[in-house]
Design a protein around this ligand. Structure first.
Ligand SMILES: *Cc1c(COP(=O)(O)O)cnc(C)c1O
Length: 351
């Protein structure tokens, strides 16, 4: 009973292997909710894939991953003194920290005299990183500290596919070369396969490390199905009272109680998967509501997405099925559309 992610194991593993083959120097990204699979499972799968390094999002994720993956662990969020105690020093020799400003370097050296680091170059994302000049200065400073292991430069590009990413990566590579890192590793994100091959041809001495999460773990959606259980069903007449808020049914139908609520990440707004401006505009115009003021749910029943009878509860949701819809039995499963990076499943079943 619950919200379950079903994985076609053979298909999923084939996709993981194919991605690792197509993406030389792959660094699987294992962060957040583990893309719905959980951090521990992705750490083990990365070991199975044979990668030497994984990337975690924050220092708080290092310890969970370090006990399940024996290679190196890159921390994507730049090092900050206020989180210096988040990483168990037992793992320090396997951790590669991201440095995005020169003050961080002094702070890191104060707690770890021989750290491993990558220097982040700022991109059009404007999230973290050095300017071109800042990168040159930082490289000089780092080289003056033989105890620091410099593992290369890093940049985080906006989401692909985006035509501008190759041009931006090439411009940033010029800065990396000018800083004296033209024969090391460069850690990148969100470059297409052809972008990576163009860059590699142009910079044969650079080892590109491709940080990939979504395309790796969630890249074959047909391998993944999300299902919820029907927990209960109640016929209602028009005008009958139901729910936490004591609202009344605007027509005859069935209240269906299904597993999956706010604690799983089930929100009022169903993910449409359709990001076109027109789709968004029309969703806005509708307010995601039907004439009776109901919001569309991510649960599909009898072939159609159905409306919430009221906002989702903590672990279950109440849906309204108008009369005429085939009402599933208690114990039957229904399909659910979710954002995998924002969903906590009760169980992940891999065949
Ligand atoms: C999350 C993240 C990635 C991976 O992003 P996906 O879109 O899931 O592949 C790569 N680099 C950085 C810095 C990130 O924060």
């Amino acid at each position: 009973m619950g919200l379950v992610l079903h994985v076609d194991g053979e298909r999923w593993r084939a996709h993981l292997r194919a991605t690792a083959e197509a993406r030389d120097g792959l660094v699987p990204v294992v962060k957040g909710n583990g893309y719905g699979f959980g951090l521990a499972r992705l750490a083990r799968k990365s070991a199975w894939l044979g990668t030497d390094t994984v990337a975690v999002g924050t220092p708080f994720e290092v310890d969970d991953v370090a006990t399940r993956f024996t290679g190196d662990i890159l921390v994507l969020t730049p090092w900050r003194a206020f989180d210096a105690d988040a990483v168990d020093l037992a793992h320090a020799s396997r951790v590669i920290h991201t440095i995005s400003g020169r003050d961080e370097l002094d702070g890191l050296l104060a707690v770890n005299p021989n750290p491993r680091i990558v220097l982040e170059r700022m991109t059009s994302m404007k999230r973290h990183g050095f300017t071109a000049r800042g990168l040159r200065v930082a490289v000089d400073e780092v080289r003056a500290h033989p105890a620091i292991r410099l593992e290369g430069a890093s940049f985080h590009l906006p989401l692909a596919p985006r035509a501008g990413n190759l041009a931006e990566a090439e411009a940033l590579m010029t800065d990396v070369v000018a800083a004296g890192l033209g024969n090391g590793q460069v850690w990148v994100s969100h470059l297409g396969v052809s972008d990576v091959s163009a860059l590699s041809t142009r910079y044969p001495d650079v080892r590109l490390r491709q940080r990939i999460g979504t395309e790796l773990w969630l890249g074959d959606r047909d391998a993944l199905t999300v299902r919820a259980h029907v927990l209960d069903r109640h016929p209602v007449e028009r005008g009958e009272v139901f729910g936490y808020r004591g609202r009344t049914a605007s027509r005859e139908g069935t209240i269906l109680v299904v597993s999956g609520g706010t604690s799983h990440g089930i929100g009022l707004e169903a993910p449409t998967g359709d990001a076109s401006v027109r789709a968004r505009a029309s969703a806005l115009a509708r307010g995601g509501l039907d004439a009776a003021g109901l919001a569309r749910s991510p649960f599909t029943i009898d072939g159609k997405p159905r409306y919430f009878a009221e906002p989702p509860h903590m672990q279950a949701s109440m849906l309204f099925l108008p009369s005429g819809v085939a009402v599933p039995e208690i114990g039957e499963v229904v399909d659910v559309r979710v954002r995998h990076t924002a969903t906590t499943f009760d169980r992940v079943e891999i065949s």
